[in-house]
Ligand binder design. Structure first.
Ligand code: FAD
Ligand code: NAP
Ligand code: SF4
Length: 671
């Protein structure tokens, strides 16, 4: 079934056991706890990954993403990394370390770059490197590679994408030099080529050099595709072993990895590079399941598949594939909520669907020594996570839900365009319930009395939507998001949505989509047209001069909130995508609104400037947050039972699936 994916790759001096690369991710562990990082990588090596790439390590004091970021510069740095390479090799894995120079893309007042040009998304203006310093940074790359070799790594990855220093040299966007390092493309590309040449000279022939090549910059003054190919050929000649795909500078305003990006959305670019070079090329970005990975390899788009977040979500991804257990894969849903969002919030990375990720040494599911009969009420994310972990540990678990299927609110969310991956989480938990023998009692709401014989009761009953105190709240025009998304009540051509949190935005997305046409989150051509990506690869950076196709909604939609601040989705790294999508679809985003009443004329509001307005709409949809659903708690307490509360049943404010699953898994690990 997955012959291409599982085939070894002979690199001449070493062999990778399969075609799966775990791409680089900065987890936060790099900066303070290498033994814990070693446990994290060892777990993935045990899971069968062919080659792993660490997060980025700075190659010089000028290079870090932020002051104090981890570096690989000295012999003592190399010594500290031994714990990682030893742990990975003991598990028969291979690992390379990513060498990073952030250039101007850093939170670092002392940053340096080819030219003193500020990045639009970072606060500081870099200092221009002198010609001597340019030479010095190239030597620093070579030195870092030598230290990596000393530390026992199987190779290095040069970070040559996402807009970091090497990209800054390559384009006029970052490089306005007129010396031998700038001016025309031949001189701009000297820096990365020289970096690889000197690394190869420092490490000898039998050491893997992966080069993360920015194949599509997604910024208008990025590289042309002809330049990408010219660079790739020169890098190959300089000694690169494997090209990895990089898509988009961090400065790009096009999504590259989040859920609204279709699976395998960029492999058509990788294919074009692969046709031009003779070394192996890895495809990446939103590849998360074995069938897709196999198809990409079988099509000839790539020689390897690089997946980063999917390995956070499931360290056993490769072994499960090899053993024909793909239905047991815990699929990365591309949400960014616990990985990238955590990183940007200065927190340790983890994974929404797998709270053990980066917590391997601390959140451990040990077999129970005291088997209990446990009732779990509610088969949403919290109840599912609890049930599967508790049963895996050996408890006797019965899972109740009033609905006829498991999933809770994920069954509502999965219908929203861009949230198709939520199907996979429900599928995964279903497989885990079966595997660990959880008894399902679906389609019946339980009473406290039904639960009296259990040793422990866990209430994972979720939430009830918050009701609004508003004149006319009982008018026929007023419906809740459950009426629309769960019960599919008819909705007219003009709607106002009260509440612009995650659910309000998703409701707007759902209603603005023409459900007869391909979704931009599942159809690659529609995605590229919507975001203005040139699939012919004629446009500079893949975007210059390409007008995005707006795809306006057939409905007139008003998305309202009381707060005066900009309406943007909940995710730190994804909110902007939801906002841009809704604007492109013509949704009216209206902050600073006071609600006055609903009547036959529509929704009466007061605008931020104090003026009155009536929105003549067919429906007013309430998405005004949620309250805990705890209807069974008092009855259980009357029976002398003290139920455990998890997920929305515990705290509804700022509830999301990350907290629900984490709380469920942690309670199950202890009970
Ligand atoms: P729920 O998922 O609400 O599950 C509770 C379950 O309990 C339900 O199945 C219910 O039928 C059952 N139940 C209640 N009472 C009883 C009873 N007496 N007897 C039997 N069964 C009972 N979160 C994110 O993190 N990221 C997102 O992108 C995201 N998108 C969302 C989009 C939408 C449209 C919606 C609606 C939600 C979204 N969420 C998202 C929120 C996320 O789904 C919730 O945070 C999560 O489902 C809460 O999990 P839970 O297990 O606490 O409760
Ligand atoms: P939410 O994010 O708390 O948003 C509630 C919205 O209702 C806010 O816009 C709030 O804005 C408004 N509101 C609150 N009380 C109100 C009142 N009394 N009258 C009028 N408006 C009121 O809640 P949610 O949208 O229901 O989402 C529930 C949870 O699921 C959230 O924690 C959310 O993060 C999570 N979720 C996440 C995603 C995701 O993509 N990550 C998607 C969906 C849901 P004002 O107070 O300014 O009016
Ligand atoms: Fe994937 Fe979301 Fe987990 Fe990140 S948090 S690894 S995007 S499922």
């Amino acid at each position: 079934m997955h012959d291409h994916l599982l085939a070894p790759l002979d690199l001449g001096f070493t062999t990778l056991r399969n075609r799966v690369i775990m791409g680089s991710m900065h987890t936060g562990l790099e900066d303070f706890d290498l033994p814990r990082l070693a446990a994290y990588f060892a777990r993935r090596a045990e899971g069968g990954v062919g080659l792993m790439i660490t997060g980025g390590f700075s190659i010089s004091p000028d290079a870090p993403l932020a002051p104090g970021s981890a570096e690989i510069i000295s012999d003592s740095d190399a010594e500290k990394h031994r714990v990682i390479t030893d742990a990975v090799h003991a598990a028969d894995g291979k690992i390379v370390i990513q060498l990073l120079h952030a250039g101007r893309q850093a939170w670092n007042p002392n940053m340096v770059a080819p030219s003193a040009k500020k990045s639009p998304i970072y606060p500081f203006t870099p200092r221009e490197l002198t010609p001597e310093e340019v030479e010095g940074e190239i030597d620093n790359f070579a030195n870092a590679a030598a230290k990596a070799q000393k530390a026992g790594y199987d190779g290095i990855e040069v970070m040559g994408s996402e807009g970091y220093l090497l990209n800054q040299f390559l384009t006029e966007r970052g490089n306005e030099r007129e010396d031998e390092w700038g001016g025309d493309f031949a001189r701009r590309m000297r820096f990365p080529v020289e970096v690889v040449r000197r690394i190869r000279a420092a490490v000898g022939p039998n050491f893997i050099i992966v080069y993360r090549l920015s194949m599509l910059d997604l910024v208008p003054d990025g590289q042309s595709f002809d330049e990408v190919i010219e660079l790739a050929k020169a890098l190959e000649a300089a000694g690169v072993t494997i090209f990895n795909t990089g898509i988009g500078w961090h400065e790009a305003q096009i999504p590259t990895i989040a859920t609204p990006v279709p699976r395998g959305a960029y492999t058509w670019v990788t294919r074009k590079v692969r046709e031009a070079v003779s070394i192996p090329v890895a495809a990446s970005n939103r590849i998360n399941m074995p069938d897709d990975a196999e198809r990409i390899l079988a099509n000839g788009d790539a020689d390897l598949i690089s997946m980063a977040r999917p390995m956070l979500a499931d360290p056993d991804w490769v072994n499960k594939t090899a053993e024909g257990r793909t239905n047991e894969i815990n699929t990365c849903i591309g949400c960014n909520q616990a990985c990238l969002d955590n990183t940007f919030n200065m927190l340790l990375s983890s994974c929404l669907v797998n709270p053990q990720a980066c917590h391997e040494t601390e959140l451990v599911y040990l077999p129970t020594m005291a088997k209990k009969r446990i009732a779990v009420v509610g088969a949403g994310p919290a109840g599912l996570a609890f049930s599967s972990v508790a049963a895996e540990r050996g408890h006797d678990v019965t899972l109740f839900d009033g609905a006829s299927e498991i999933g809770g609110q994920f069954n509502i969310a999965k219908q929203v365009p861009g949230k198709e991956e939520f199907h996979e989480t429900i599928r995964y938990f279903g497989a885990m319930l079966d595997k660990h023998g959880v008894k399902r009692q679906l389609g019946q709401r339980v009473s406290a009395d039904d639960l009296r014989d259990f040793d422990e009761v866990v209430l994972a009953t979720g939430i009830v939507p918050r009701a609004l105190e508003l004149e006319g709240a009982d008018h026929a025009k007023v419906v809740s998001y459950l009426d629309v998304l769960r019960d599919h009540k008819p909705v007219g051509k003009r709607v106002a949505i009260i509440g612009a949190g995650g659910i309000g935005m998703d409701t707007a997305e759902y209603l603005s989509h023409d459900h007869g046409t391909p979704s931009t989150s599942t159809d690659i051509d529609a995605f590229c047209r919507f975001w203005g990506i040139d699939q012919t690869l004629q446009a500079r950076g893949g975007v210059a001069g390409v007008a995005p196709e707006n795809m306006p909604s057939a409905r007139e939609i008003y998305l309202l909130q009381r707060k005066a601040k900009k309406i943007i989705g909940p995710g730190k790294t994804t909110g902007w995508i939801h906002r841009a999508t809704l604007i492109a679809k013509g949704v009216n985003l209206m902050p600073g609104i006071q609600y006055e009443k609903v009547d036959d004329a529509g929704l009466h509001i007061r605008l931020a400037d104090g003026s009155a307005k009536v929105l003549d709409v067919d429906q007013v949809i309430i998405c005004a947050g949620q309250e805990p659903q705890r209807e069974l708690q008092a009855g259980l307490q009357a029976l002398g039972k003290q139920p455990h509360l998890i997920g929305g049943a515990d705290v509804a404010a700022e509830l999301d699936a990350k907290r629900a699953i984490n709380q469920g898994a942690r309670l199950a690990a202890e009970i």
